[in-house]
Design a binder for this molecule. Structure first.
Ligand code: FE2
Ligand code: FE2
Length: 305
């Protein structure tokens, strides 16, 4: 097994190549062009928020709230990349470019929400102060874990933004377009990290498989530190925007099983073999929980109808 530092060094050529690919694939876009400004009007200071005005379901409002506050936590995510990957060479260039792109997400989402009055602006701002003042983000110790975490995280964010957009479609096409655009960025970020993990698996599978196991087992959607996060996460899951089934079917299976081919990786140490076995078992468990959860939701919907 190579050391974690050596792994980062060995992957520098891959990072260079993937950064170049990213820069070619990324299209310039402008947050201000997606915001329906004509629908806005001034807020009277202290004005009470009227949720009826935008008429969104509570779960969609929860998803917009959590997704935006996660984007607002950008300084701490940057800090993790800076610490784990280093600020030099392609790693630093990637982290800075990524940060510049990510900053657009909070810009466009906040402007959209203010103009359409979809969310209580005072509650949102107070929550942002708590969230950013707390600065809680996952802190992987090793680069191996960092690669895996950000790959899963970017894809989970893409899916979550996109499903939020789809849930908005019934009420508001402009909101759908905002979330779709942001999700497209997250997809390119995901592809960078997904393929970085593939390259790392070639270099040092016996370090990477245990990292995959740890990250799969402990993965949580970002949001710890957001006021009432548990309650919002529950509403988001109930609405099927992000739940165990989504996590299993759209993140764990396509990436860990199909793309990284966890079951077929060769040349593992006994400890890495053991980690693989645990990871596979965990994925299966998440799938079962997802199916159970979805079945109960359907039963409730049927009872309600
Ligand atoms: Fe983002
Ligand atoms: Fe992203």
């Amino acid at each position: 097994m190579t050391s974690d530092r050596a792994l980062v060094a060995a992957l520098t050529p891959a990072a260079e190549r993937l950064l170049e690919r990213h820069l070619e694939a990324a299209r310039e876009w402008f947050p201000h062009e997606l915001v329906p400004w004509s629908r806005g009007r001034d807020f009277v200071p202290g004005e009470t928020f009227d949720p009826e005005e935008a008429g969104l379901p509570d779960a969609v409002r929860s998803a917009l709230f959590v997704n935006l506050l996660t984007e607002d936590n950008l300084p701490y995510y940057f800090h993790v990349l800076d610490r784990v990957f280093g600020a030099d060479t392609a790693w630093g260039e990637w982290a800075r470019r990524w940060t510049a792109e990510e900053m657009r997400h909070a810009m466009v989402m906040r402007d959209y929400l203010m103009v359409t009055r979809a969310i209580d602006p005072i509650g949102l701002e107070r929550a942002r102060m708590v969230q950013v003042g707390g600065g809680v983000v996952p802190q992987p110790d090793l680069a191996a874990d960092g690669f895996v975490y950000v790959a899963l995280q970017e894809l989970a964010t893409r899916v979550s933004h996109h499903n939020t957009g789809k849930a908005l479609l019934a009420n508001d096409r402009a909101g759908y377009e905002v979330m779709k655009r942001v999700a497209a960025d997250e997809n390119l970020h995901f592809l960078f990290y997904r393929d970085l993990v593939s390259a790392a698996l070639e270099v040092d599978p016996s370090s990477m498989v245990p990292a995959i196991e740890r990250q799969v087992r402990t993965f949580e959607m970002p949001g710890t530190g957001i006021p009432d996060f548990g309650q919002h996460a529950k509403a988001i899951a109930e609405a099927g925007i992000y739940d165990f089934a989504v996590h299993h079917d759209q993140i764990l299976v396509p990436v860990v099983l199909r793309h990284w081919k966890l079951e077929a990786i060769e040349g593992l140490t006994p400890e890495a073999e053991e980690a693989r076995r645990r990871a596979l078992k965990h994925i299966e468990r998440v799938g079962r929980a997802g199916r159970r959860f979805a079945a109960r939701r359907e039963e409730r919907a049927a009872a309600y109808a």
